[in-house]
Design a protein around this ligand. Structure first.
Ligand code: SF4
Ligand code: SF4
Length: 356
């Protein structure tokens, strides 16, 4: 039976929760190459809650050091296109310091692997990922407009450097196919341990929403499907309604039925937790709206004239070239070209893009 730990924690004392994780899920790291992968969506301040908090990364790095590995690498592939933003993203978030000298730009070297030809015949994940003996994934507890939540499975999307993520978004073409796609990427190399930063989580219009939520927990498991099922439950979303979890189960990657998961700690729904507007509710609770979403007729990004600074980041990151500067001085979307991948929303540094 899969186990999931739900451990009370804050950032000052997170070391204790991390100790507990390694007691329950021991890792034999002596003499091994260990890759630690936080969620580094983009350059932002740690307090914005967009990335794994540096306190969690630091505690995990220190613990792994004690296990005597031959090598530790801390890395991720932020953003959709920009290889150069890797270092900057780690520096701005405070994750560079927390990596304690083990940071590496894992986007610089990749290996080519066969992939599901429904999307692309091959992909090139980071070499450091494919050559690691042990991978410890550090997701952030967040909502996501396209997948409802981002947790253990979605964190592996970052094993792909640079523009591949954008090209795959384009190849997926619909939210429904994107759910299957993230599982395809995840199973290229299933991590060995997942430790979720749920001390401060994100609700609402994630994965870069301004609405943070104090949760005060570290979650952990050696099974991503069970762990994501627990995250979904805490968010108030039934796991079986999430297509990516159904697909992962079909592929034998784990169990999302909470009755078949051993929960160590207290599993409680977070009162009034806000799922992503329309996106989350649509995918989880309403077949009609889900069909509309899948046919790409409902949600489109909309820039807020008050907060948009006209930086052009969203335009640069749209794989479909669906955005252009409009007459009001904010980007406007071509509804027919947009594939509702939400990448523009993820990348907007001002959180000025909503879905409507
Ligand atoms: S406009 Fe935004 S949501 Fe639409 S395709 Fe471009 S990046 Fe994706
Ligand atoms: S990324 Fe955000 S702030 Fe920059 S142009 Fe787009 S909507 Fe405006």
């Amino acid at each position: 039976m899969c186990k999931v730990l739900i451990e009370p924690a804050d950032y000052e004392t997170v070391k204790n929760a991390v100790e507990r994780v390694f007691e329950l899920f021991p890792i034999k790291a002596a003499g091994k190459k260990v890759l630690i992968k936080p969620n580094v969506l983009r350059a932002s301040q740690a307090e914005e809650g967009i990335v794994t908090n540096p306190a969690v990364l630091r505690a995990v790095v220190k613990k792994v050091e004690d296990l005597g590995p031959s090598e530790i690498v801390v890395g991720d592939n932020p953003g959709l296109f920009d290889y150069g933003a890797n270092e900057e993203s780690f520096r701005r978030t405070g994750l560079m310091d927390a990596a304690m000298g083990y940071y590496r730009n894992i986007g610089e070297e990749s290996v080519t692997m066969e992939f599901n030809p429904d999307y692309m015949p091959s992909v090139s994940p980071s070499r450091a990922v494919m050559e690691a003996d042990i991978i410890i994934s550090l997701p952030k507890f967040k909502t996501h407009g396209l997948t409802v939540m981002t947790g253990a499975i979605k964190n592996s999307y970052g094993i792909l450097p640079g523009a591949q993520k954008a090209r795959l978004h384009q190849a997926a073409g619909s939210p429904e196919r994107f759910h299957d796609l993230i599982v395809e990427v995840f199973r290229l190399r299933v991590p060995d341990l997942f430790i979720v930063d749920a001390v401060v989580g994100m609700e609402g219009n994630g994965p870069a929403s301004p609405e943070l939520r104090q949760i005060g927990r570290i979650l952990a498991s050696d099974n991503a499907v069970a762990l994501d099922a627990v995250i979904a439950k805490m968010m108030g979303c039934e796991p079986e309604l999430l297509k990516f979890l159904r697909r992962a189960k079909e592929l034998g990657l784990g169990e999302y039925d909470i009755r078949k998961i051993e929960i160590i700690g207290e599993l409680k729904q977070i009162p009034g937790f806000k799922l992503p507007p329309l996106g989350g509710e649509a995918i989880t609770s309403n077949e009609t709206i889900q069909t509309l979403m899948t046919s790409r007729t409902v949600l489109r990004p909309k820039a807020d004239t008050a907060t948009c600074t006209q930086c052009g980041t969203c335009i640069d990151h749209c794989a479909m070239s669906a955005l252009s500067m409009g007459p009001e001085g904010v980007p406007v979307v071509d509804a027919d070209t947009c594939i509702t991948c939400f990448c523009c929303q993820e990348m907007c540094p001002e959180k000025a893009i909503a879905l409507s």
